[in-house]
Design a protein around this ligand. Sequence first.
Ligand code: BV8
Length: 233
Amino acid sequence: MAVYRNIVILTGAGISAESGLRTFRADDGLWEDHPVEEVATPEGFARDPDLVQRFYDERRAQVLAAEPNAAHRALGRLEREFTGELLLVTQNIDDLHERGGASSVLHMHGEALSAWCRACDARHLWQGTLRDGPACPTCGEAAMRPDIVWFGEMPYQMERIFAALAEADLFVSIGTSGAVYPAAGFVQQAADHGARTLELNLERSAGSHWFDETRLGTASTLVPQWVGEVLGA
Ligand code: BV8
């Protein structure tokens, strides 16, 4: 096992699947009930804000009811014990990485437990519902939306992610279908800068051909095993 000094990890819905949170593109996927355009775009929100607020109210409640699994906990251990540089980027809007012991998580697509006021731009930790138009704790306006990056919106902290990908000597993708950009392009950027690339996923993804190595299986099996290898190296 090589010794790595600078690791970037990208996680997707697959790492939270064993915690009971639905993924997007499985047969019973999240988008099956609601066309993406209706619930995960600014246009959908403008057209039917109540539908979108209820969709994310439901996701928020599911996140609060879920528990981190062995994969989340293994990444928490990696963060604590790995002595090199580590950036954990997630596409997920749940807080299971944090509850699994990771303290520095970059949520590039936002967070279910955060509300964003369109009147004053403040963001608030939010565990309740937004469908009833609660007042913003900062400005009092009833103008809060889910703090989620929808299709057509710019993901968060892209500069920081690109800078980390340029320095990484290992890029690991866990539980993502490689269907959504710019996240799906990270493996190519890492490889272009000389990083080794590893994919841990239940099945081959749209981006598998870009990876030096793909391991197939569940995250709760593959992630603790891989973390053990890295820390043992
Ligand atoms: C942007 C938040 C630019 C909402 C999400 C044409 C070509 C290329 C790109 C585009 C294009 N047309 C439009 C675009 C851009 C678009 C895009 O990529 N569209 C796709 C559909 C083609 N992207 C965007 O709009 C992004 N923004 O590009 O902005 C810009 C430029 C300038 C100025 C302004 C803007 C924004 C994208 C973010 C959208 N928001 N989520 C919410 O969560 O409700 S996307 C959503 O799907 C998730 O966040 C996640 O990121 C994404 C992918 O889902 P996955 O996490 O991969 O989940 P999925 O179900 O797909 O797969 C799960 C995987 O896990 C599977 O492979 C499965 O096998 C595996 N698995 C299952 N169980 C397990 C497991 N693995 C291990 N263990 C298990 N137990």
